[in-house]
Design a protein around this ligand. Structure first.
Ligand code: GLA
Length: 346
């Protein structure tokens, strides 16, 4: 096991952005950069032993900054959407940044993913990233001290440990927004990737991608991944939810008890033979199939990022949770510890 620290790139003002690379004894590596505590790369062998990077992304900070993809970023203070950018805590209404169509708040207004995080190597397999989100930033209450620790194990598990403490009651929802392409950057789209989701229900949305509040059974719909199927099998089905979003961009309710680590998803790419398993203690997972990529952004190795060139499995509290009292809640009290774990295993 080893961790190395190198200079990845610089910010426009010249500030350094460092890259931490954790390597295990199987030659699997995870690279994380300090801008957005971003998972920059995750390399593992294919069926012929050839190492390849399964994270869609960018070679430079400028690439990340110009992009609307959030690829590999840590997202917060509230991952996914808040209707009207509004929510209440203890009866007090807060208005946060409406960075999507001037209506919804998407991904916390882009706060955590564009911050430069402090980072230290805490072991030969682990790097700890910290960030203080000041009270009122993007409109969110509370000084929030956030710690995200990436650990790569000898079992090829990349663990992402999330911790946060607030000094004011507030909402917290964090995720990692990696886009996976198990065949690597040159692979093209991910429609042939087999995906199994351990999810019997999903949360349909309105036209602004805000959950209607319904938990809909996936049975007999294009949203049924319980038995495993190719991502592309039903993506063009005549289903208003898919048509509206140009593919999957939905929160699925993970089976089993939230708060306990359990299987979320399994993916497999036949061609490369690479596999991915996702585990988490969070209640939901957003399956996003890169629907809005349109070739205008150039990713790693000069590849134009086209529609469906990656898939995201963003473990999370359900979108817009504070406005749906029936959803598992994510309001945390002053001094209370937020803790969560998501694992990507290759
Ligand atoms: C999430 C959202 C999508 C999209 C991506 C980033 O997955 O649900 O609608 O905004 O982030 O492009």
């Amino acid at each position: 096991m080893s961790v190395t620290k190198t200079l990845f790139d610089t910010m426009p003002d010249g500030a350094p952005v460092h890259l931490f690379t954790i390597e295990n004894d199987n030659g699997v590596t995870a690279g994380i950069i300090t801008r957005g505590a971003t998972l920059q790369s995750f390399c593992c062998p294919d069926k012929d032993g050839k190492n390849g990077d399964i994270i869609m992304g960018f070679d430079t900070v400028a690439g990340h900054m110009a992009s609307g993809t959030y690829t590999g970023n840590i997202i917060g203070q509230y991952a996914n959407r808040l209707c009207g950018g509004k929510f209440s805590v203890n009866g007090k209404e807060y208005q946060v940044t409406q960075n999507e169509k001037g209506k919804t708040c998407l991904h916390g207004g882009g706060e955590f993913n564009s911050a430069i995080w402090n980072a230290i190597i805490i072991d030969d397999d682990a790097v700890e990233f910290t960030y203080r989100s000041p009270d009122g930033k993007e409109g969110f209450p509370g000084n929030l001290d956030v710690t995200v620790t990436y650990v790569l194990t000898q079992r090829n598990e990349l663990e992402i440990h999330y911790k946060a403490v607030t000094d004011t009651d507030t909402v917290i929802n964090m995720t990692n927004h990696a886009y996976f392409n198990l065949g690597g950057a040159e692979n093209g789209n991910v429609l042939d990737t087999e995906l199994m989701l351990n999810c019997d229900y999903f949360t349909p949305t309105d036209a602004d991608s805000i959950p209607t509040g319904e938990l809909r059974s996936v049975k007999g719909t294009a949203f049924d991944f319980t038995e495993g199927k190719k991502i592309g099998r039903d993506i063009d089905a005549d289903d208003e939810q898919l048509i509206m979003c140009r593919g999957y961009d939905h929160n699925f309710c993970v089976n089993g008890e939230a708060g306990k680590l359990r299987l979320v998803a399994k993916a497999k790419d036949e061609k490369s033979g690479r596999k991915l398993e996702v585990m988490s203690d969070l209640p939901g997972v957003q399956l996003y199939t890169g629907n809005f990529l349109d070739g205008t952004e150039t990713g790693k190795g000069g590849v134009k990022l086209q529609q469906h060139y990656g898939f995201c499995l963003e473990t999370q509290y359900y979108p817009d949770t504070p406005n749906h009292p029936d959803f598992p809640q994510c309001t945390f009290k002053k001094g209370e510890k937020f803790e969560s774990l998501t694992i990507f295993k290759v």
